[in-house]
Design a protein around this ligand. Sequence first.
Ligand code: FES
Ligand SMILES: [Fe+2]
Length: 396
Amino acid sequence: MSPTNAVKYHTRTEEAHQLIAPAGYTQPEYFEQELDQLFSQFWLYAGMTDDIPQPGDYLTVQAGRYPLAVVRGNDGELRCFHNICRHRGTQFLEGCGHSPKGLSCPYHKWFYELSGELQAIPRENELFPGADKTALGLMPGSIGVFRGMIFVHPDPAPREDWQAFVADLELKAGPHHPNQMVEVGRSRHLFTANWKLVAENYMDAYHLFYLHEKSAATFDHECFEWDTAGRHFLFYEPVVAKYKDWADKVYGDKHHGVVPGTDPEQYGGTFHMLFPTIGWVGMAHSWSTFHILPQSVDSTIVESRVRVMPEAEDAMKDSRRYKDRFNSGEAELVTLADCSTHPTQSDNLMFEDMWACQQMQKAMNSPAYQVGAMARTFESTMTFYQRNVLDFVTYT
Ligand code: FES
Ligand SMILES: [Fe+2]
């Protein structure tokens, strides 16, 4: 079966191999290498354009070693800067904010235009005679936007430029335009596991049949197809007839709340993982992110946001799957301790995945740990992913 949503996938059936050694998942020095060699040197998801809609709105993001900021200028443009004051180097912006007149460093009050130019130095003539303010603007990074998602890169002229990052993606991204949808929930889950295990678990289609026997029963895994767009991974599964009946009932008129461009007669899910750490799931009624935030070699936070068409807001909020995953509220960090049953019995996809990743992480510390075999097609996704990681990180 081919994907709905006008997405054309090439089904891949190649063999699967574990390419990254266990130490790459357990040794802090390799995590440091990843910060240096991957996260400091590639595009990184930073947030949504509608998070910062007004001139003067900004958000901050850590890209490997580089603290960056995205600022909306008076001209409405988004710009990426290094979040480093040009005076003595304070990381002066924190979190998100609104500063319409310009950006001020609290330390000695150097003041920057929203476009990054240095506008004012306190007691300039007396203390900084001859200072060339034109050479002391905020250092630029790079920025790109795809379907309302902001990506940043610390380098103003990246080796793999924005066009390379999005090449092929438009064709395979499906019809979702998250900026036209309403956000109905957010969640944060702690995985006590290496970030690559979390990403690989997202791409592992083999476990969907078993670990998620109930919690992912919405989808017909036998019809799994996967494909790539540059370094990015994507897969598609149609939904089973039972889910379609349920969705028709919940959403009333089949066309009610369906994302424009999806085929309302054929529901299905497209699961993307934009390399290296931002996933999204597009379905007929929803679009949700799966944002992997590495914290340390064995700790990872996953932030999710779910959006629906405005007409489907109430129906989505009433669904049990939504409540299981998104009812915790934005601030709360959900851990496995919040699961009241054994995670594998929870019928909660996130708890099941948290458990699996955590148990693999524990085993990887054993000298006896090894991957015995991997399933062709269903686990070959991970080989593709690891190959991309190894393009950046030496692990030596
Ligand atoms: S470090 Fe920013 S004004 Fe001094
Ligand atoms: Fe899973």
